[in-house]
Unconditional design. Structure first.
Length: 260
């Protein structure tokens, strides 16, 4: 891929200058620490707020460390993905609309190098972000609730990162295919509406990319059917590669639409 190293340095430089490697991981870290702290200090928070009837007691179920990690993954699945996708969904379409892409297209670079440079940088931001989120959650969970085996933590982290790569590939594919507004609508529909549909009617199937985010915690609990896990993982990786391929093709097809 021609010009890949140059484009990769450019994308990393822009990500550093826009503080994406700082504020997005910070958002995930805050999401990661919120559940163990909120659950542990719930009664203290209610008493501090006031208006609690005298003698009131809340029966809080005994939580395991994996329960807190699962709760934080739920936060990542909503607020975290929303932040990530909203930040990067226009990363290609905006350059095409502003004419900045013209400066790149006239140079001897390949569309594959252009697309993959953005994918790698976005994946790096995602890796650092969920690492910060998991680290914050594990730190407070280990202090307040107990620890989890390293192997289980790695399995949860790896599984969720594969799902995140799929989300990134879908986001970039939409950005390469459509204008920013349409790309945003399509990307959010595929990811978030897909999650809702899978949640409502997903009882009828056990193999799905949208289930992969929760399968990591099922592995840690020891209740995961491994055939369902591996097939979901394989399908997710295959769809990620397909989205990357479609994104590169659509980027080349839409190159004449670039503003001059």
């Amino acid at each position: 891929m021609r010009g890949f190293s140059v484009l990769l340095k450019k994308e990393f430089r822009e990500a550093w200058r826009s503080w994406k490697f700082l504020w997005i991981p910070l958002v995930f870290a805050l999401l990661g620490m919120s559940d163990p702290l909120t659950n542990y200090y719930m009664m203290d928070i209610l008493n501090a707020v006031g208006n609690v009837p005298e003698g009131f007691e809340m029966l809080v179920p005994e939580l395991m460390p994996v329960d807190l990690i699962q709760a934080s993954i739920g936060q990542f699945q909503t607020i975290g993905l929303l932040v990530m996708m909203a930040t990067f969904v226009g990363i290609i379409s905006k350059e095409r609309a502003s004419g900045m892409a013209t400066l790149l297209y006239v140079r001897p670079i390949s569309f594959g190098a252009y697309f993959m440079s953005k994918f790698i940088v976005m994946s790096s931001v995602g890796f650092v972000s969920i690492l910060a989120g998991f680290a914050a959650n594990i730190y407070y969970t280990s202090i307040l609730y107990g620890t989890l085996e390293v192997g289980s933590l790695f399995a949860i982290f790896f599984t969720y990162y594969v799902w995140l790569l799929f989300v990134i590939a879908v986001t970039l594919m939409m950005s390469a295919s459509f204008k920013t507004i349409i790309a945003t609508t399509c990307a959010f529909t595929v990811i978030f509406v897909g999650q809702i549909v899978d949640m409502i009617v997903g009882l009828f199937w056990t193999i799905s990319p949208w289930k992969l985010a929760s399968y990591g915690t099922l592995l840690a609990r020891g209740t995961m059917a491994m055939s369902d896990y591996w097939w979901s993982l394989i399908i997710t990786v295959a769809l990620t590669m397909l989205c990357i391929s479609i994104g590169i093709v659509m980027m080349k097809k839409n190159a004449p639409m670039t503003k001059i």
